[in-house]
Design a protein around this ligand. Structure first.
Ligand SMILES: Cc1cc2nc3c(=O)[nH]c(=O)nc-3n(C[C@H](O)[C@H](O)[C@H](O)COP(=O)(O)OP(=O)(O)OC[C@H]3O[C@@H](n4cnc5c(N)ncnc54)[C@H](O)[C@@H]3O)c2cc1C
Length: 310
């Protein structure tokens, strides 16, 4: 399965594959299974459906790194429109929004200051809407800069969270530094390919590192958000939370939108707080290709759906 995963991961980053895939009439229901909303209106509608089912959600805009200041500003504006609509719909308390620093200018000249200015604008609108913001992590080379951004934002918006990826060898220390009161860390294994000197590549070693990070967060005073598809890690999280004396609601389980709904219902029925990851935007290709790379068993129904029905 590993060579299939690597090939699919490479395809998820290929501009040629993206333009070919975008020309293929992929049926909307197939894309929508992974990316349920193409625009703000649909994203707010789906968030409303999820909250009506007692689910929280993390809304993540699928977009590119900003190539110039105009693109960065446009992304800020898109987030602010979304946040205003979420507020109008009265959904603020259940919604978290992921903000990618690179999408608001981090990698442009003067990018650290620009991304901070832009992130503040998003956080200000989010605070008015009663929505929390979580900074996504970029590649390992940007981790220090992203954590500096987080520190600056938390001075004014203390509930700003951050994504930490357990595959980076530094992450256990970062969890320790961010396990204090009021912090929100979203713990994921890590989707990006990173060099072996900074990242763990062995799956069993990665699972152990992920659990060590989780223990640090559960032992702290923050609100961990645990993002995984892995039913075994979900069960480990619930068992460890109980061992650390944490009641459901003092941590979130984050599952992808296409996760088995019966499993989500079962978790909610046992009192767990489940936060569904809700990707939105027209640029579905990279996200869907990554999801197929993570779980190649999804590939067969995906390919079948592309064959024209007689
Ligand atoms: C809700 C969510 C949010 C995420 N947010 C971020 C983020 O902000 N930043 C970031 O870098 N990465 C993020 N990721 C991605 C994550 O870092 C990688 O996708 C990682 O490879 C996923 O690891 P995993 O814990 O799901 O388990 P894996 O090691 O990928 O899989 C473990 C087991 O889980 C099951 N499984 C895996 N994938 C699927 C699937 N698609 N469908 C059904 N079962 C499956 C299988 O049984 C598999 O053996 C997120 C992932 C999820 C699920």
């Amino acid at each position: 399965m590993r060579p299939v995963r690597s090939a699919l991961r490479a395809l998820s980053r290929s501009a040629v594959a993206e333009s070919v895939a975008s020309a293929v009439p992929v049926p909307a229901p197939v894309v929508r299974a992974f990316v349920p909303a193409a625009d703000v209106r649909q994203a707010v509608a789906v968030a409303g459906q999820l909250t009506a089912d007692d689910l929280a959600c993390t809304v993540a805009h699928l977009g590119r790194d900003a190539r110039d200041e105009a693109e960065a500003t446009a992304t800020v504006q898109e987030h602010r429109v979304l946040l205003d609509r979420v507020a109008d719909a009265g959904l603020g308390a259940q919604v978290d929004v992921v903000l990618r620093p690179a999408a608001v200018g981090l990698h442009l000249p003067g990018g650290e200051a620009l991304a901070l200015t832009h992130a503040r604008q998003v956080c200000r609108t989010a605070a008015r809407a009663g929505v929390t913001v979580t900074l996504d992590s970029e590649d390992h080379a940007s981790t220090d800069v992203v954590l500096a951004l987080l520190g600056a934002l938390r001075a004014d918006f203390p509930d700003t969270g951050v994504v930490l990826r357990a595959h980076l060898r530094r992450t256990e220390d970062d969890c320790r530094a961010l396990a204090g009161a009021g912090s929100r860390v979203l713990l994921a294994k890590g989707a990006r390919d990173e060099p072996a000197d900074v990242a763990i590549t062995d799956p069993a070693e990665l699972d152990r590192a992920w659990v060590r990070c989780l223990k640090v967060l559960l032992d702290g005073e923050g609100q961990p958000v645990v993002a995984t598809h892995d039913p075994r890690l979900v069960e480990i999280t619930i068992a460890l939370a109980s061992r650390y004396g944490r009641a459901p609601g003092t941590y979130d389980l984050q599952l992808p939108y296409d996760a088995r709904t019966a499993e989500v219902r079962r978790l909610v029925a046992t009192g767990e707080r489940v936060r569904v990851h809700l990707p939105w935007g027209p640029e579905w290709y990279g996200h869907v290709a990554r999801r197929l790379a993570e779980h190649p068993r999804n590939l067969s129904p995906f390919l079948t759906s592309l064959v024209p029905k007689k």
